[in-house]
Design a binder for this molecule. Structure first.
Ligand SMILES: Cc1cc2nc3c(=O)[nH]c(=O)nc-3n(C[C@H](O)[C@H](O)[C@H](O)COP(=O)(O)OP(=O)(O)OC[C@H]3O[C@@H](n4cnc5c(N)ncnc54)[C@H](O)[C@@H]3O)c2cc1C
Length: 271
């Protein structure tokens, strides 16, 4: 098999929590393609690259130069041409994420020259409110969307609902709190599912993101019940959360959006 061209370099690596990273990746000697917030790029490393020591052991690969590639949503602004930022969680039993986690600033990897994905905000009229719900690293597309449009006039209500196990797993929390102050119509609702493990009592929302919807927490913040006539809902991350949310939303009259049949629910399952 042909050698993998390591055509990109890590320019920043921030460990948000154990096994949770924000990484910036810049192309070496070529230009990043334009992209729309919500789209993803493909990262790759050879099977011979080292794995994180805390991850599960793996059978030795048949071919050391076999290439492992996976998709990662771009979290950076679409106006940023220097690097792609990704928000990455390490799957202990996984193939690529334990290897990506070993990369340090200055180390090389493969970055696909194309971006793809239909989980964008393109087909959403500017007149409807937007609820963006994520678990874990499913926050990435919303960071890109908010960062890309920060200085654009926007009169609709926006909500980011982010679920994680612990408060320390809530990546981008500081940036989102700052955005919330700058953007009066943005509501940021972090939710933790294991509040008893917090070192300082967690005074925010607890449970899963779907519990928040059922408890009508956003309705109280917005002063009305978001409904299909005036709201689009985006769901990203854990497939279990997405299935549960789609069911709940359908009960509230929302329908899945497809290119052929417009609806109000958009989603991206990470696996
Ligand atoms: C369109 C798209 C965008 C994605 N964007 C991101 C992103 O921005 N950040 C990110 O961390 N991952 C993202 N993923 C998931 C990513 O592509 C990989 O699947 C993930 O990093 C695991 O790869 P792996 O080779 O280590 O594990 P694999 O050997 O591929 O094992 C996959 C298994 O790991 C589990 N898994 C996969 N992703 C996750 C996850 N995020 N959290 C917990 N368990 C998981 C599932 O059980 C899955 O069956 C995205 C996936 C898709 C399809």
């Amino acid at each position: 098999m042909a050698q993998l061209e390591r055509n990109a370099v890590v320019t920043q690596k921030v460990e948000v929590a154990p096994g949770l990273f924000i990484m910036r990746i810049a192309p070496v000697g070529w230009q990043l393609p334009p992209f729309k917030p919500g789209q993803f790029a493909v990262l790759g490393l050879p099977a011979s690259a080292p794995r994180h020591p805390l991850c599960d052991l793996e059978e030795p690969p048949d071919q050391a130069d076999a290439v492992i590639r996976r998709s990662y949503t771009i979290a950076s602004s679409s106006r940023e041409g220097e690097y792609f930022e990704v928000y990455l969680t390490v799957v202990r039993s996984g193939s690529l994420s334990p290897r990506l986690a070993m990369l340090e600033v200055g180390e090389r990897l493969w970055l696909g020259p194309k971006v793809s994905g239909l989980f964008t905000f393109d087909e959403v009229p500017k007149t409807v409110d937007l609820v963006m719900i994520a678990t874990g690293t499913g926050l990435a597309p919303y960071m890109s969307m908010l960062r890309s449009t920060l200085d654009e006039p926007d009169d609709r209500r926006l909500a980011v609902v982010h679920g994680a196990r612990h408060s320390w797993d809530l990546g981008y929390r500081g940036e989102l709190l700052t955005m919330e102050r700058l953007r009066p119509k943005l509501t940021y609702l972090p939710v933790v599912s294991r509040p008893t493990e917090e070192p300082v009592p967690w005074t925010g929302e607890v449970g899963y993101v779907q519990d928040m919807w059922r408890r009508r927490v956003l309705d109280a913040r917005w002063g009305h019940r978001p409904g299909p006539a005036d709201t689009r809902v985006f769901l990203c991350g854990h497939p279990g959360m997405i299935d549960a949310m789609v069911k709940i939303l359908e009960g509230d009259g929302f329908r899945e959006h497809t290119r052929l049949v417009p609806g109000q629910i958009h989603y991206e399952k990470y696996w």
